[in-house]
Design a protein around this ligand. Structure first.
Ligand code: URA
Length: 237
């Protein structure tokens, strides 16, 4: 089914112009729809239409998907009165975008930002068991027992965690590992390591589903997902 949307709503959703700016631009004949100046800012368009706004070509997209390499020090929320949020890092003052799940303020790495609520719901639903892999650095040695405990599913207090996969990369005064979990409980990885005597000192998300963080993307930067990456995110194992 073709999705129709008002021209002014489409452009303001995409952060290209406010509704008022669209109205002004339409009056001045500065918005072309398929080469013809738009007559009204409330005309209906689809993603198939070729738009030109003040000489700049644009296509309306209902959903947008970004990969953010989250830096430390920003919170995984859309707005906050005190703290900088991950959506503040996306330019254009967009208010329709939100992060898919949460990373702690000091956690870095892959965070998907979108306006596709249905996909976010799918990815976060506990019954879907979407896998997430993290690189972790901890204080102290990671014991052999930890692997067994994590792969059996550790119990902390009355809370049962699902089996997780651990690959130890380096063991010493500070140790490093990759850990894959299939749920997303609050401070999950920090709590799992704390339960086996290792304090997490650095945590970075490397992947979600089959989507991997583009390591060439500097921390704090973001880019649109490619079509292939979107499929990797949508279609899992
Ligand atoms: N587990 C944590 O402890 N923190 C995160 O940010 C993500 C997973």
């Amino acid at each position: 089914m073709t999705d129709f949307i008002r021209l002014d709503k489409a452009l303001s959703n995409m952060g290209a112009a406010s509704r008022r700016e669209v109205k002004e631009a339409v009056k001045k004949g500065k918005i072309l729809v398929n080469g013809i100046p738009a007559k009204n800012s409330d005309m209906k368009i689809t993603g198939e239409d070729e738009l030109v706004i003040n000489g700049i070509p644009l296509k309306y997209k209902k959903y947008e998907y970004y990969m953010l390499n989250k830096p430390a020090g920003v919170i995984s929320a859309t707005t906050d009165s005190k703290e900088r949020t991950v959506t503040d890092l996306i330019s254009g003052g967009r208010n329709d975008l939100f992060p898919v799940g949460r990373l702690d303020k000091d956690t870095v790495g892959l965070l998907v930002i979108t306006n596709d609520g249905a996909l976010a719901h799918e990815l976060l639903s506990p019954v879907k068991h979407v896998k997430k892999t993290y690189f972790v650095r901890v204080e102290g040695r990671i014991s052999e027992e930890t692997d067994k405990k994590f792969s059996a599913g550790i119990c902390i207090g009355s809370e049962q965690f699902q089996p997780a996969e651990l690959v130890i990369l380096k063991n010493g005064e500070e140790s490093e590992a990759e850990i894959t979990i299939y749920e997303g409980k609050f401070h999950q990885i920090k709590r799992m390591f704390e339960a086996v005597g290792n304090r997490v000192i650095y945590l970075k998300r490397l992947s979600m589903g089959n989507l991997r963080l583009d390591e060439s993307l500097p921390e704090g930067n973001y880019r649109e997902l490619s079509e292939d990456e979107l499929q990797q995110l949508k279609y899992r194992q």
